[in-house]
Design a protein around this ligand. Structure first.
Ligand code: 5GP
Length: 236
């Protein structure tokens, strides 16, 4: 039994607690929803429960397929027991279909299928609005070594292959997603969460958006979309 101790960090969607084991933390998923770097705030009923269930299932699937992650076990509806990482302050975004900031920044038409996935690095810094950066920026900021940056991109590409297949089998197109990684005993592990908060999913048949864009752009039926993704991911 791992005992929950004091709050280590509170983010927009999760709280992280220390435990009686210095190597383990507990991620607690909240219902709070934010978008546009906190400019839009709200809440999605049961989001924490749904995102914890989806994340635990996806991290387990990735682990079974050779990806090292921080997941130890799902503890409860909202709690995930994780290895304690030293977080690398880089957000790794992988894109299969043009949407979101790719459309705004480069003029792609939304929905354009990319011939090859695009992998982007962003500085994880809310005060600076998470700016897009290249390897040189990450090196200059001492965020990671060149070798680590190569590992982040290789892991993102591998995770993309696995997740695309996983979601395609469930009639969801994985449009894009954001990953975070951390260091643990000399290895780089996948951290954070993978959920409709951090990915774009479109229904493969209808093209309907099934992710946080429903909240961002007031498209309605936010809770229903998250629940539908949960049902498909968990094969319910
Ligand atoms: P975009 O750059 O188009 O806004 O986002 C690309 C993908 O990464 C989307 O699936 C989006 O949800 C995810 N993403 C990018 N930055 C963040 C972030 O700071 N927080 C969360 N939760 N997701 C992000």
């Amino acid at each position: 039994m791992t005992t929950k101790k004091e709050l280590l960090h509170e983010g927009k969607a999760k709280k992280v607690f220390l435990t009686d084991n210095p190597d383990l933390v507990i991620q607690e998923f909240k219902d709070d929803a934010t978008a546009f770097n906190n400019k839009k705030k709200g809440s999605i009923r049961n989001k924490g429960i749904v995102n914890n269930a989806i994340s635990c299932k996806l991290f387990t699937y990735l682990q079974e397929n050779g990806v090292q992650t921080h997941l130890v076990e799902k503890l409860s509806d909202r709690e995930m027991l994780c290895k304690k990482l030293s977080i690398i302050m880089v957000e790794v975004v992988t894109r299969n279909v043009a949407a979101g900031s790719l459309v705004r920044r480069y003029g792609f038409e939304e929905g354009t299928v990319l011939q090859e996935p695009i992998i982007e690095l962003y500085l994880k810094d809310d005060d600076l609005d998470d700016p897009l950066m290249n390897d040189s920026h990450a090196l200059a900021l001492n965020l990671a070594t060149q070798e680590e940056i190569a590992t982040l991109k290789a892991e993102a590409a591998k995770i993309n292959q696995l997740l695309r297949k996983f979601f395609a089998d469930r009639k969801l197109t994985l449009v894009d997603f954001k990953l975070e990684f951390g260091r643990h005993n000399g290895a780089i592990l996948l951290g954070d969460e993978i959920s409709p908060d951090t990915c774009r999913f479109w229904d493969s048949e209808t093209g309907e958006k099934m992710d946080k864009d429903r909240f961002r752009f007031d498209l309605g039926d936010v809770e229903a979309a998250y629940t539908e993704v949960e049902h498909r991911v968990l094969d319910l």
